[in-house]
Design a binder for this molecule. Structure first.
Ligand SMILES: Nc1c(NC[C@H](O)[C@H](O)[C@H](O)CO)[nH]c(=O)[nH]c1=O
Ligand SMILES: CC(=O)[C@@H](O)COP(=O)(O)O
Length: 139
């Protein structure tokens, strides 16, 4: 049984609740365990995963959150840098799934967070577990 750490950026609680449901369901359906920690925003997700990975307590990681475009360039920073940080961790050999929604509005986020619709949380969990399985094959 793999131990999966879910790191959620709880910027929009109601959307995160849906993402979390899909993420947890995918992990449980695959027969693995999960633990969840919460950070303020998407920019903190990669750092939290890096810190947790050093503990050696987890086999895979899923970052989830919602970034909705506002009035300024900050959207590009938050969306781009959180994705870049997760990709850097993946390229370092960590099985990481990216479930951070980067959207124009709440309507787009709802469709993607809902486990009964696009289920991006479950998709990110499955991606992390796929990388974990590949890691086992190549080790
Ligand atoms: N605007 C959103 C943010 N912004 C906050 C940043 O992620 C970060 O916590 C802050 O800049 C302090 O370092 N975060 C989201 O997750 N979603 C947003 O829409
Ligand atoms: C993605 C963001 O950082 C955004 O929510 C912030 O809104 P604004 O650009 O209007 O400050």
């Amino acid at each position: 049984m793999a131990r999966v750490l879910i790191v959620e950026a709880r910027f929009y609680a109601h959307l995160n609740d849906m993402l979390l449901a899909g993420t947890r369901a995918a992990i449980e359906d695959a027969g693995h365990s999960h633990e969840t920690i919460t950070v303020p925003g998407a920019l903190e997700i990669p750092g939290a995963i890096a810190l947790a990975a050093e503990s050696g307590r987890y086999d895979a990681f899923v970052g989830i959150g919602v970034v909705i475009r506002g009035e300024t360039y900050h959207f590009e920073i938050v969306a781009g840098e959180s994705a870049r940080g997760l990709m850097a961790l993946t390229m370092d050999g960590l099985p990481v799934g990216n479930g951070i929604l980067t959207v124009e509005n709440e309507a787009q986020a709802l469709v993607r967070a809902d486990p009964k619709q696009k289920d991006k949380g479950g998709e990110a969990a499955k991606a992390a577990l796929t990388l974990l399985e590949l890691k086992g094959r190549f080790d």
